[in-house]
Design a protein around this ligand. Structure first.
Ligand SMILES: Cc1cc2nc3c(=O)[nH]c(=O)nc-3n(C[C@H](O)[C@H](O)[C@H](O)COP(=O)(O)OP(=O)(O)OC[C@H]3O[C@@H](n4cnc5c(N)ncnc54)[C@H](O)[C@@H]3O)c2cc1C
Length: 238
């Protein structure tokens, strides 16, 4: 696999601090839901920095989408969120990753827990699941600071309304007016209660900041969930 030069063909402002970049990658042959690409930036002096970004697009989508959260002191994300324009080119390699993936031939129920930008590959799984006509049940617990920071807000609301997926938002700082759901950081008790009635063969996907992923994973294992049925992706940070 080699680095390729992708064209930025679209940009969507996802939240005040995140963007979805749509990329056309030469010779792209599709991906598995949950996989990522690496994006490499090169400074005028030749210094290079590469970072991984999960695909938020469906597996078979010919246009590759990544959804990037701004890390204000970061090397790569500030450029991707604030500097890139449609028509620019980016060096990419992928698709990468073989464990944190969902395949349409999987028939067991799906349980997903995402924190912040960690929802990106979970949305790829949701989109791929729907596009494939797979009828297994799918549920998502999405931890997010406040309403304006919800990625894919309208799409997630539509999926819930159409009963295509059970999407539960958990606001950690501010909830919308009239909110009757949970508020505050996700803890073990919350995860245990949310997963209590799930079938024992359910597959779990957890993605987000490292500590968030570990907390969610440990909470499920403590309730007796088989660790081999839990796939995790750590985005870094605390
Ligand atoms: C497999 C994989 C998939 C990923 N997919 C995505 C994605 O879809 N969207 C996305 O926005 N990011 C994703 N990431 C994280 C991404 O690769 C970068 O780490 C992130 O964009 C920060 O890069 P940076 O160069 O801006 O910051 P850096 O220069 O690497 O770091 C700057 C500071 O931010 C901290 N930091 C780095 N990452 C995080 C984080 N996730 N949370 C909190 N603090 C952090 C660092 O510890 C450091 O203090 C993924 C990571 C992995 C390993």
């Amino acid at each position: 696999m080699n680095w390729a030069v992708a064209d930025v063909v679209g940009i969507r402002e996802e939240t005040p601090t995140a963007r979805t970049l749509m990329l056309r990658v030469p010779d792209w042959k599709g991906a598995l839901a949950g996989q990522h690409i690496d994006i490499r930036l090169t400074a005028p002096d030749g210094y290079q920095a590469a970072r991984s970004y999960s695909l938020s697009s469906a597996a078979g989508d010919p246009v590759v989408a990544v959804s990037v959260e701004l890390m204000p002191d970061g090397e790569v994300s500030p450029y991707l969120v604030r500097g890139v324009s449609v028509g620019d080119q980016l060096e990419v390699i992928g698709p990468l990753g073989g464990w944190f993936v969902w395949r349409p031939e999987q028939t067991e129920p799906i349980r997903m827990i995402g924190g912040g930008s960690g929802v990106a590959p979970l949305v790829s799984i949701l989109r791929t699941h729907i596009a494939s006509g797979n009828t297994a049940s799918v549920k998502l617990l999405y931890s997010v600071r406040s309403p304006e920071f919800v990625y894919f807000r309208d799409e997630l609301a539509e999926l819930t309304d159409a009963a295509r997926a059970e999407v539960t938002l958990q606001y950690t700082r501010h909830a919308p007016q009239g909110w009757t759901g949970a508020l505050g950081r996700i803890d073990a008790a919350r995860i245990t209660a949310w997963a209590a009635d799930d079938a024992s063969d359910t597959s779990t996907y957890i993605c987000g900041p490292t500590r968030f992923v570990e907390l969610a994973s440990d909470a499920l294992v403590a309730t007796g969930v088989d660790p081999m049925t839990i796939r995790t992706e750590r985005f870094g940070g605390a």
